[in-house]
Design a protein around this ligand. Structure first.
Ligand SMILES: NC(=O)c1ccc[n+]([C@@H]2O[C@H](COP(=O)([O-])OP(=O)(O)OC[C@H]3O[C@@H](n4cnc5c(N)ncnc54)[C@H](O)[C@@H]3O)[C@@H](O)[C@H]2O)c1
Ligand SMILES: [Zn+2]
Length: 376
């Protein structure tokens, strides 16, 4: 059941970012009055983005600024909480900063909801597939299993696939349902788990309907292409546009679930509007595995630039092998299925990329990981 259009004034934290900006556009289109609180972090925004929506009010500030956040919360009926630092590898050495922005930032928001007068009727929080660690697998002999982490000794020998925790046979990835035990393998993932659980906990305690959305690998226009700490599609695109081959870890056959940013925005919106979503967690993916090698080849095809790829056979600590969303719950409760195929999503990305001149900063980011032995 879709609620009446009473809930019109909303706050989006991180609304100037890649996903937040598409959500802001959709909310404006749907007749919402939208405010955004965003710190315009320099790693994400080298300058003010040109795509900001003229119908949205942008407040430049940090979610940890309690007074500012509190004044904004007092003026809206709903919150989409997306503000976060998002670099997985970077979070492994900027630990204090990541925990402070992501976890304490969320704590400031929840503390306001618990202690101050407000009119919030819904909270949607952006969570992440990274909180699962490895996805779910099937073992021919043992059935469904949840292997935790690969042995470094196996990785050093190029044995990339997951093994059964019971019989050690190689296992096959299957869609990962929301009730798979969580097992974050980075500080970033840990902070996303904390954000999700803290929001649901306070939401339930104070009767504020809350929804946590576990985004899988999001791609599309406006992803910060020059930010080497962001998603693989952006990083590979900036390599290819600059005439360099994408650097691929392991053997390139590791798989992820890529979902277009406009589908993410739509699902955020539906989860806000639908009471059926209240107090629940949802996977937001397409439910289709795509290998990292395929992403590199597809991007070269659409960018019409053949640069090959550098398959390094190296590995990063904490990287997982496969994780694909089980989207049955999304379909059931939100009656939603992603609309964009990988190819259609890439077309949208390509159209936007034509006017972008990204810097290729990946080698610097890689050196930082190497210096800390986070990559072997
Ligand atoms: N992109 C993905 O594939 C993906 C996958 C899973 C989850 N997510 C989650 O989705 C959300 C949005 O991610 P994105 O990809 O759009 O990243 P992004 O970096 O483009 O956007 C995040 C925005 O938050 C802002 N921000 C960061 N720290 C802030 C703070 N302390 N106060 C105020 N604003 C702050 C940044 O300036 C930026 O505009 C994040 O919560 C992220 O963890 C993203
Ligand atoms: Zn087994």
């Amino acid at each position: 059941m879709v609620k009446s259009s009473m809930l019109k004034k909303v706050l989006v934290t991180g609304g100037a970012g890649f996903i937040g900006s598409h959500l802001v556009d959709l909310l404006v289109e749907e007749g919402y009055q939208v405010k955004t609180l965003d710190s315009f972090h320099t790693q994400v925004h080298k300058e003010k983005p040109t795509y900001l929506n003229p119908a949205c009010e942008y407040i430049e500030g940090d979610i940890r600024d309690r007074k500012l956040l509190s004044s904004l919360v007092a003026d809206v009926e709903g919150i989409f909480h997306l503000a976060s630092r998002v670099g997985v590898g970077q979070s492994m050495y900027q630990i204090e900063e990541y925990v402070d922005e992501n976890v304490r930032g969320t704590a400031v928001l929840l503390d306001i909801l618990a202690n101050e007068k407000h009119n919030i009727k819904k909270l949607v929080v952006a969570s992440s597939m990274s909180i699962y660690g490895e996805g779910a697998y099937n073992c021919d002999a043992c059935g469904v299993v949840y292997p935790v982490e690969r042995e470094v000794s196996d990785l050093r020998q190029g044995m990339w696939e997951m093994k059964c925790p019971h019989c050690k046979a190689v296992v096959h990835p299957i869609p990962t349902p929301e009730n798979k035990p969580l097992c974050p393998t980075s500080i970033y993932a840990q902070t996303k788990r904390d954000q999700e659980e803290m929001c649901l906990l306070i939401g339930k305690t104070y009767g504020i309907p809350t929804v946590a959305l576990r985004f899988f690998n999001v791609f599309g226009s406006r992803q910060a292409l020059s930010n080497p700490y962001t998603g693989v599609v952006a990083i590979f695109s900036s390599r290819i546009i600059n005439g360099n081959p994408p650097i691929i870890f392991e053997d390139g056959k590791q798989t992820r679930d890529f979902i277009h940013v406009k589908d993410i925005a739509k699902a955020c919106f539906l989860s806000y509007e639908k009471e059926e979503a209240d107090y629940q967690v949802f996977n937001l993916g397409r439910g289709k595995p795509v290998s990292i090698g395929e992403i590199s080849r597809l991007l070269q095809k659409i960018l019409k630039k053949e640069v090959g790829e550098e398959i390094t056979g190296r590995f990063r600590k904490g990287d997982i092998r496969h994780c694909i969303a089980d989207i049955a719950k999304l379909k059931k409760f939100l009656s939603f299925e992603p609309r964009y195929s990988l190819e259609e999503g890439m077309e949208e990305l390509l159209y936007w990329m034509q006017n972008e001149q990204p810097e290729d900063n990946i080698l610097k980011a890689l050196q930082e990981l190497e210096g800390r032995r986070l990559v072997e």
